[in-house]
Design a protein around this ligand. Structure first.
Ligand code: NAD
Length: 442
C-alpha cells in the first residue's frame, strides 16, 4: 500500500513515520522546502522522543520519503492524509485555508480512486468542504474520478507521540462509504493487533469527537485549577483533595493536576474553535467559556504570587530564575506556552530573567527574543537569583540538589507552578516554598 501525508509537522511527521514503520510506503509532503531538505538528511525539526531514530531507519529502508511536490506522488497513492495546521482565525474559529489548499492540490493531481483523510483537527462540516474543493478541481480538469473523504482525528500527545500512535487507545474514523471503511481498516490493521479498537462512525461525529475530547481535557484542567485556588484560600491541600477524588473510578486520577494553566497548539485553539462553532449555530458553550476564562486567570497565578511576596514596587531589578519554558515536558513546542505570559508580566514589572529548558531554548528565543537570558544548565540560572519559578515539570527538576541551590541563590525562595518539589524536604532546609493549591507554610 502507498500513502501520502500532506503537512510534515508534529502530527504529519509522526503519522507518516509510524505508517512507514509497519511497512507502508509513505511519502510526507510539506511546502516548507527547508524542512524537507533537512528531513531527507535525517535532521528532525521537532523534539519528540524516539522519532529521530525511527525517521532514519525508515528512510534508509526506503519506506519513508520526503517531497515538496504533491503532483509527483499522488499517482499511485491509495490514501492521502491532510495533516496541515488549522490555526485559530482572528475570531477564534479554525482557519481552514491550509486544509482547503491541500484539497485543491489533490483535486488538481489525483488520477484514480483515492481516500482523502482529514487528520488535522477540523470543525464539523470540513470534510464536506474538502469534498467540494476536490470536486471543483476535477470539474475544471474535466475529469470524473471517484474519491472518498474520511475523517480520522489524531489523539497523539506531544512528548509521547510515537507510543500513542503505535499503541493507540482507540482509532476514530468517520466514513461515508464501504470502500473507504475497508481501506481504513486495512491501513490501521497493524496498530490494532493488540486489541485496540477502531471506532467507525459518520464523518461529522468523528470531526466532533476530537473537539469534544480536547474540550473535556481542558475542562478537567480548569476545574482542578479552580478547586486548587479555592483550597488555597480555605486552607485545604489540593494534593490530598486530588488523591481523594481521583480514587473514584468515575473521576479517575489522570489529568487532574493543578498548575499554571493549559497551553500548547491544541487545547487553547480547539476550545476557542468549539465555542465559535456553537456561536455560529446560535448556541452558547457556557462550560467552555468558563474553562477558557479560568485558564487565562491561571496563567497569571505564579506572577501574582511573586508580586504578593515582593510587592509590585520592589520587583524592578529582581533576578528571577525559571526552570522550564515549553508548554509541557518532553517537547520543544512553545505554542501558547504559559511561560510566555508569565515572562512578559515579569519583564513589564522590571524583573531580570534567566531561564533554562532542556530542549526549548531556541523555540523560546524565537518568541521572546533576547529579552531574557537563556542558560544551558538548570543550576546556572540560580546564581544570585532572588527566586526560582518552576514552570514546566521536566523530570530533571523533580529531585534537584537543594544544597547546591541554597549556595547559588541570593534568597532561598521557590514558586513551584507544577507542585513537583518535596515540601517537607524544603521546610527542613528552610526554603520559602510556594506552590499551587495549598499553603506550604502550614
Ligand atoms: P504543524 O504546524 O506542526 O505542521 C503543519 C505543517 O503543514 C507545517 O510543516 C506546514 O509547513 C505544512 N503545510 C501547511 N500548508 C501546507 C500545504 N498546502 N501543503 C503541504 N504542507 C503544508 O501542525 P501540527 O501540530 O502537526 O498540527 C496539524 C494538525 O493536527 C492541526 O489541525 C492540529 O490541531 C492537529 N493536531 C495536533 C496535535 C499536536 O499535538 N500537535 C495533536 C492532534 C491533532
Amino acid at each position: 500500500m502507498k500513502i501520502v501525508v500532506v503537512g510534515t509537522g508534529y502530527v504529519g511527521l509522526v503519522t507518516g513515520t509510524c505508517f512507514a514503520e509497519v511497512g507502508i510506503d509513505t511519502t510526507c509532503i510539506d511546502i516548507d522546502q527547508k524542512k524537507i531538505d533537512k528531513l531527507r538528511v535525517g535532521e528532525i525539526p521537532i523534539f519528540e522522543p524516539g522519532l529521530e531514530e525511527m525517521v532514519k531507519r525508515n528512510t534508509q529502508k526506503k519506506r519513508l520519503h520526503f517531497e515538496t511536490d504533491i503532483a509527483k506522488v499522488l499517482d499511485d497513492a491509495e490514501v492521502v492524509f491532510i495533516a496541515v495546521g488549522t490555526p485559530p482565525d482572528e475570531d477564534g474559529s479554525a482557519d481552514l485555508k491550509h486544509v482547503l489548499n491541500v484539497a485543491k492540490d489533490i483535486g488538481n493531481h489525483m488520477s484514480s480512486y483515492t481516500v482523502v483523510v482529514t487528520k488535522s483537527t477540523v470543525p464539523v462540516g470540513t470534510a464536506k468542504k474538502v469534498n467540494e474543493a476536490i470536486q471543483k478541481q476535477l470539474e475544471i480538469r474535466g475529469e470524473d474520478i471517484s474519491f472518498d473523504v474520511a475523517s480520522n482525528p489524531e489523539f497523539l500527545k506531544e512528548g509521547a507521540a510515537i507510543e500513542d500512535f503505535m499503541k493507540p487507545d482507540r482509532i476514530v474514523v468517520g466514513v461515508e462509504s464501504d470502500e473507504a471503511k475497508h481501506t481504513m481498516k486495512q491501513l490501521y490493521k497493524p496498530f490494532m493487533l493488540n486489541g485496540h479498537p477502531i471506532i467507525f462512525m459518520d464523518v461529522p461525529s468523528a470531526e466532533m469527537t476530537k473537539y469534544a475530547a480536547n474540550a473535556m481535557l481542558a475542562t478537567k484542567i480548569s476545574f482542578m485549577n479552580d478547586i486548587a485556588n479555592l483550597c488555597e484560600i480555605l486552607g485545604a491541600n489540593v494534593n490530598l483533595v486530588r488523591k481523594g477524588i481521583g480514587s473514584d473510578p468515575r473521576i479517575g486520577s489522570r489529568f487532574i493536576y493543578p498548575g499554571i494553566g493549559y497551553g500548547g497548539s491544541c487545547f487553547p485553539k480547539d476550545v476557542k474553535a468549539l465555542i465559535k462553532t456553537a456561536e455560529e449555530n446560535d448556541y452558547k458553550m457556557r462550560v467552555l467559556e468558563a474553562v477558557e476564562s479560568v485558564n487565562e486567570h491561571q496563567k497569571t497565578i505564579l506572577y501574582q504570587k511573586v508580586e504578593n511576596h515582593f510587592g509590585r514596587e520592589n520587583l524592578k531589578g529582581k533576578k528571577i530564575a525559571i526552570w522550564g519554558l515549553s508548554f509541557k515536558p518532553q517537547t520543544n513546542d512553545m505554542r501558547e506556552a504559559p511561560s510566555v505570559v508569565l515572562i512578559k508580566r515579569l519583564l513589564e514589572a522590571g524583573c531580570k530573567i534567566a531561564a533554562y529548558d532542556p530542549v526549548a531554548k531556541e523555540e523560546a528565543r524565537e518568541m521572546l527574543g533576547d529579552s531574557i537570558e537563556y542558560k544551558s544548565d538548570q543550576y546556572e540560572v540560580l546564581i544570585n537569583a532572588d527566586c526560582l519559578l518552576i514552570v514546566t515539570e521536566w523530570s530533571e527538576f523533580r529531585f534537584p540538589n537543594y544544597r547546591v541551590m541554597e549556595k547559588l541563590m541570593a534568597q532561598k525562595l521557590i514558586f513551584d507552578g507544577r507542585n513537583i518539589l518535596d515540601i517537607e524536604k524544603l521546610k527542613s532546609l528552610s526554603f520559602n516554598y510556594h506552590c499551587i493549591g495549598l499553603n506550604a507554610h502550614k
